[in-house]
Design a protein around this ligand. Sequence first.
Ligand SMILES: Cc1cc2nc3c(=O)[nH]c(=O)nc-3n(C[C@H](O)[C@H](O)[C@H](O)COP(=O)(O)OP(=O)(O)OC[C@H]3O[C@@H](n4cnc5c(N)ncnc54)[C@H](O)[C@@H]3O)c2cc1C
Ligand code: SF4
Length: 466
Amino acid sequence: MSVDKRARFIGREPMALLEDELRVRGFSEVALGYTEEQAISEAKRCLKCKNPKCQLGCPVNIDIKDFIALTAEGKFIEAYKKIKEKNSLPAVCGRVCPQEEQCEVECIVGLKGEPVAIGRLERFVSDYALTKEHKKIVCEVSAGKKVAVVGSGPAGLACAGELAKLCYDVTMYEAFHEPGGVLMYGIPEFRLPKGIVKEEVEFLKEAGVKIECNVIIGKTLTIDDLFEMGFEAVFLGTGAGLPYFLGLEGENLNGVYSANEFLTRVNLMRAYRFPEYKTPVYVGNHVAVIGAGNVAMDAARTARRLGATVHIIYRRSEEEMPARKEEIEHAKEEGIGFLTLANPMKVIGDEKGYVKEIVCQQMELGEPDESGRRRPQAIPGSEFTLPVDTLVVAVGQGPNPIVTQATPDLATNKWGNIIADEQTGATSIPGVYAGGDVVTGAATVIKAMGAGKIAAAGIHNYLTNK
Ligand SMILES: Cc1cc2nc3c(=O)[nH]c(=O)nc-3n(C[C@H](O)[C@H](O)[C@H](O)COP(=O)(O)OP(=O)(O)OC[C@H]3O[C@@H](n4cnc5c(N)ncnc54)[C@H](O)[C@@H]3O)c2cc1C
Ligand code: SF4
């Protein structure tokens, strides 16, 4: 077990990490969490501010000061319940939320040193509570009205959880054979153990939410079918699962994956345990991953665990990388190479149609573009070739179009995202609400959950006044 090296300089309780060598030999979780003593000690760093700025940075407005105060007193279950009032997936958020850009960036302690480790504390109390107890949400009076939730990612789970609290009769429809959305099929086990996601889903089931997997709304059933089946409102949280490609010559060769397919094969279909599980994944000795967001880091670190030498190819510099800093550091610790300021130009295959190399061009940074990031410019005559036998493209994803194509009255924007009211989640069809990545484009777990909660309130208001 090693200790997070950055913590030494900053005064917050360090979190134990799995040894670098052990990491790449399996899919065990890398960050090991706090002990009870560490959690109490870290919680005591909180200044209990009169105006806790941290809370302003939280998209679901968790009572951070109060849950930390309870943690400092060793009242872990009470702290968990305090978080649960606002956040239905705390064990997930404690692991994957970009706290460094949200609550922690606002923390007053951060002005003089490292902010209070709010995410790590959230994770600690949630893990503690998950091992101790599971409390059902008991409804005194059933609202009796049926609501369908389409998609079981963070947006759908949060919406269903809120509606269950309000005692609606909720059925969640999921296209895959397991619920959880990206939490199950995208984010790898070593960052978010699937047992944690299953526990959170179990909590919803105990609260009375029914989950129907292997149902594709727009194919198996339409939205009209749902209304005919007696549902009085529908929430669409179908995410952004449609991968983008770069349109490079040779991108259709064998051995080129979208990050989405690559991660789904490994995470959801457990390809790393083939033939025990039926879906294989082909990974050569040399893997290149194009892109530098969280998805690219997850794909690279996954390929590394499958035994490959891995390079990230990114056309800007490390400073502009959109992935969480922690993920970049972990990737480096695990031996992943970074080819920055390198722009992929074409993919070259062998005589059997398999990828064998990728041609890139060296870049330099020019003036900032409209996003504020410095624009990469090609250096003439700087082309170079990297031998690869597997290429993973991780340059973003768009909304899954199945529901929108099957529902012509559902208004979408030019990128195919469903248009939904920010305050209520209402779409162009009465009784149909939407939220999460399908509305905003690829974003974050907590933003999707926030949208699910808003839509649940919108649905409640709609059905109460109907
Ligand atoms: C690899 C990866 C790593 C990420 N890492 C992070 C991270 O570290 N931190 C972070 O905050 N965010 C991260 N994100 C982003 C985050 O996971 C998403 O923003 C979030 O999951 C969006 O939630 P959602 O509920 O809108 O959609 P999703 O999680 O995509 O869930 C949508 C669900 O709807 C189902 N569905 C789609 N169409 C239909 C249909 N027609 N009928 C029935 N079901 C359907 C899908 O199968 C899926 O299960 C990551 C994303 C990826 C892909
Ligand atoms: S801003 Fe920081 S110190 Fe203040 S209440 Fe929030 S976590 Fe505690």
